[in-house]
Design a protein around this ligand. Structure first.
Ligand code: CUA
Length: 174
C-alpha cells in the first residue's frame, strides 16, 4: 500500500510541477518581465531553494524505518486494547535502541516520555505493519511508553514503563 501511495503522490507532484513550468513558460512568452516581476521571480526562486535546503537538512537523519545495526538493542512493542506488550523492561543508556512497533488490533500511537513527562519521540502502531524508530537515550531514568492516539475507552490506561539504566552488558540483541 505504501509504495502505491508514494507512486501516486509522486505522479501528482509531477503534474503540479509541470503546470507551474507551463505557466512560467506562458508568462515569459507573453511580454517578458518588468523589474518588479523580476524581483518577485528571484524572491520565489530564493524561497524555493531555502525550502529545499531546510527540507533536506531537517530530514537528513530520518528516524523511521530504522534498521538495527550490530550493537543496537531491539525492543518489540505491541499495542492491544488497552495495554502495551513490551519485550524488555530495561534498556541501556548511550546505546542505540530500535523500537519495532506493532499492533494486534486497532491503530495506536506509541510515544516515549522522559522522566519529566516530555514526549521525546513517537510513531504509530499500525495493523499489518511494523514501524521502526530508533533512539539513543542519553539520560538514565524511568521512562513511560504512552498511547498517543485515541483507541477507545481504555486509551488513557495504555501506559508501560521502560527503565533506562546506566550499566549495561546483560542486555542482548534479539
Ligand atoms: Cu491505544 Cu490510545
Amino acid at each position: 500500500m505504501q509504495p502505491i501511495v508514494l507512486a501516486v503522490s509522486l505522479i501528482f507532484m509531477a503534474v503540479v510541477a509541470s503546470a507551474f513550468i507551463a505557466a512560467i513558460r506562458l508568462a515569459s512568452v507573453s511580454g517578458g518581465l518588468n523589474s518588479s516581476d523580476a524581483r518577485r521571480k528571484s524572491l520565489i526562486v530564493a524561497l524555493m531553494l531555502f525550502g529545499v535546503v531546510v527540507t533536506v537538512a531537517s530530514l537528513w537523519r530520518w528516524p523511521h524505518d530504522a534498521t538495527a545495526t550490530p550493537g543496537s538493542v531491539v525492543v518489540n512493542a505491541t499495542g492491544y486494547q488497552w495495554y502495551w506488550e513490551i519485550d524488555k523492561e530495561e534498556v541501556p543508556v548511550g546505546t542505540e535502541v530500535v523500537f519495532h512497533v506493532h499492533t494486534q488490533d486497532v491503530t495506536h500511537g506509541m510515544g516515549v516520555a522522559d522522566p519529566s513527562g516530555r514526549i521525546i519521540f513517537q510513531t504509530q502502531a499500525m495493523p499489518g505493519y511494523v514501524n521502526k524508530i530508533k533512539h539513543t537515550f542519553s539520560e538514565p531514568g524511568e521512562y513511560k511508553i504512552l498511547c498517543m492516539e485515541f483507541c477507545g475507552v481504555g486509551h488513557h490506561d495504555m501506559i508501560a514503563e521502560l527503565n533506562v539504566i546506566a550499566q549495561h552488558g546483560e542486555i542482548s540483541n534479539d
